[in-house]
Design a protein around this ligand. Sequence first.
Ligand code: C2G
Length: 129
Amino acid sequence: MRRVITFGTFDLFHYGHLQILRRAKEIGDFLIVGISSDSLNFSKKGRYPIYTQMERKSIIEACKYVDYVFYEESLELKRQYCLEYKADILVMGDDWTGCFDNLSDICEVIYIPRTPSISTTQIIEKIRI
Ligand code: C2G
């Protein structure tokens, strides 16, 4: 049983999010997702997500590839989360390449290509126009 963990905000859930969850699940057997809390998001991006953490968590929980969801409260706790959830593999999109290599002593760290031409920011911009 290979346990995979991934992290993200997953605001305005879109096809790129679906792809990374599908591919992360294919890499192992059990997929755990850490959802950035609203306050973590504010500290990271200077704004709150469009959807609340409760809404984002409920949407991710409903995704068939996902087995367990929790709130990521701080970027500094990544090591602790990986240990707590007994992750064998950490999967992130390749916009994060290199950022989590320091965790490779406790789990395998894999960066997979982002889905091109889609992002929450682009969706917000498109709706604004
Ligand atoms: N993603 C992707 N393709 C896209 C958009 C996003 O593969 N077109 C991936 C990202 O690389 C990330 C995941 O989907 O692995 C979630 O993306 P975001 O919600 O933008 O997550 P982010 O705010 O980068 O939070 O601790 C790390 C952070 O919590 C990651």
